[in-house]
Design a protein around this ligand. Structure first.
Ligand code: PXL
Length: 281
C-alpha cells in the first residue's frame, strides 16, 4: 500500500482540507498520514473562526520522522495558513525528496476572483514558490491568475486557458492542471498541460450549485488516483465525476448543508469508479 502525507489545516467543523483528505484518500486504498498546519474551529467561510497556527510543529515533526526513516510515496498540500508556512512546506519537500515522492500542490487560497479572507495580497507570491517544486499543481482560474499575475477573466477563450497553463508551467512545476474551465455553456471541467507539451481536457455537465470544499474533494481524489497507479487523465476524470456526484448528493439532500459538500454518502460510488479503472491498468 502506498503512503502519502498531506500538509494542511484541520478545520474541526466544515468539510474541507484534512477532514476531507483522510476519508477520501483512505477509501481509495492509500495510507494518509497528516501534518496539520493549523487547527481552526471551523473553516473560514463561516461567520467567525478561531485559528491556532502550528507552524512551529512542522520542523520537529519532520525531524522525528526523519530520525525514524519514515518516507512517503506522495506529498499533498492544500490550504496553508501563512507565508511563513509556505516556506516551511517548500523545505519539507526538499527534506523528504530522497525517494522522489510525487508532490501534488493544491494552492487553495482563492475563488471567484477573490483571495480567501485570511490572506493578504502578498500570499500568492509565497504560494508560487511552493508550486515551483510540485510535480502536479491544481489551481482554479482565480488561483492561476493570482499565481501568474495574469488578469482574472470570467469570459475567455482557449488562448487564455493555454496562456495560463504555460505561465503556470513557467513557475517550475511538472504539470499544471486548471480546474473550473468551460468553453461552452453547460459544460465544465479541467485542462492540463505538461512539460512535454501534452494537453488534456475533460468536461462534464455544469452543476448550478456550488459548495465549499469541493476543491479539496477534487485534489484528494486526484492524489488517491495517482497513488493507485492511474495516469493523470484517468485520475482527473474520476475526480471530476466524483465532485459532480458529491454536488448532486448535496443538492438533493434534506439537510441542505451550506458549509460543505456531502461527500460521505457517495464514497461507495468513488470506490466503484476507482475499482473499474484500477482493474483496467
Ligand atoms: O477548502 C479550502 C479551505 C481549507 N481550509 C480552510 C479554509 C478553506 C477555504 O476557505 O478556510 C481553513
Amino acid at each position: 500500500m502506498k503512503r502519502i502525507v498531506t500538509l494542511q489545516d484541520i478545520s474541526c467543523v466544515g468539510c474541507c482540507s484534512t477532514t476531507v483528505a483522510l476519508p477520501v484518500i483512505s477509501a481509495m486504498g492509500v495510507e494518509c498520514s497528516i501534518l496539520p498546519t493549523a487547527v481552526l474551529s471551523n473553516h473560514t467561510m463561516f461567520k467567525e473562526f478561531t485559528c491556532v497556527d502550528l507552524s512551529d510543529q512542522i520542523e520537529p515533526i519532520a525531524e522525528a520522522w526523519k530520525r525514524q526513516n519514515i518516507a512517503f510515496d506522495g506529498i499533498y498540500t492544500g490550504y496553508l495558513a501563512s507565508e511563513e508556512q509556505c516556506g516551511q512546506v517548500a523545505e519539507f519537500f526538499d527534506r523528504f525528496s530522497e525517494n522522489h515522492p510525487l508532490i501534488i500542490v493544491d494552492p487553495a487560497m482563492a475563488d471567484n476572483g477573490k483571495l480567501y479572507p485570511a490572506f493578504g495580497e502578498t500570499f500568492p507570491a509565497a504560494m508560487a514558490k511552493v508550486c515551483a517544486k510540485a510535480d502536479v499543481i491544481l489551481p482554479n482560474i482565480t488561483e492561476a491568475a493570482l499565481l501568474t499575475q495574469m488578469p482574472y477573466k470570467t469570459e475567455y477563450d482557449r488562448d487564455y486557458i493555454r496562456e495560463l497553463l504555460e505561465k503556470l508551467l513557467d513557475l517550475g512545476c511538472g504539470t499544471a492542471v486548471l480546474t473550473g474551465v468551460s468553453f461552452e455553456p453547460g459544460r465544465l471541467g479541467v485542462a492540463y498541460l505538461d512539460r512535454n507539451g501534452k494537453e488534456f481536457t475533460y468536461f462534464t455537465k455544469w452543476c448550478e450549485q456550488s459548495y465549499h470544499g469541493t476543491g479539496d474533494i477534487f485534489a484528494s481524489t486526484v492524489t488517491g488516483g495517482l497513488m493507485r497507479g492511474l495516469d493523470l487523465g484517468a485520475a482527473l476524470t474520476i475526480a471530476v465525476d466524483y465532485v459532480v456526484a458529491c454536488i448532486e448528493q448535496t443538492a438533493a439532500s434534506e439537510s441542505g448543508r451550506w458549509y460543505g459538500a456531502e461527500f460521505e454518502p457517495v464514497i461507495p460510488e468513488l470506490c466503484r469508479m476507482l475499482q473499474e479503472r484500477v482493474t483496467a491498468i
